[in-house]
Write a protein that binds this ligand. Sequence first.
Ligand code: 5GP
Ligand code: ZN
Length: 111
Amino acid sequence: MSDNCIFCKIANGQIPTDFVYENKNVVVFRDINPQAPVHLLVVPKVHIETLNDLNDKELSAELFCAIKEATKKLGINEYRTVINTGKTAGQEVFHLHIHVMAGRDFSWPAG
Ligand code: 5GP
Ligand code: ZN
């Protein structure tokens, strides 16, 4: 738990939030500023700043499983996943999260 980290507060219940999916170590909730009709954030409960700081293999697997659980729950099987790592990559919240977006077409390569 890191002070002044918005995702710590959401993931640990200090800011009441509807979770699409939750287990002991991971939560999934909707992005406040959605970039697609469905825009989820898959977030570990522990404070990890970026993907570079993720050293726990079990938690890594749990994050992937949470993508599957949340999308399955919503009946989605086509989606875009994004992890922004660092400022130049577009990371604004420095608590690791995986974006999961669905419900529209996505172009590739990404801009
Ligand atoms: P980043 O740019 O760090 O990869 O993504 C941060 C994401 O978190 C953005 O899409 C932004 O809309 C979302 N976000 C920022 N603050 C909040 C919040 O308080 N609640 C929720 N649900 N999403 C947030
Ligand atoms: Zn945090």
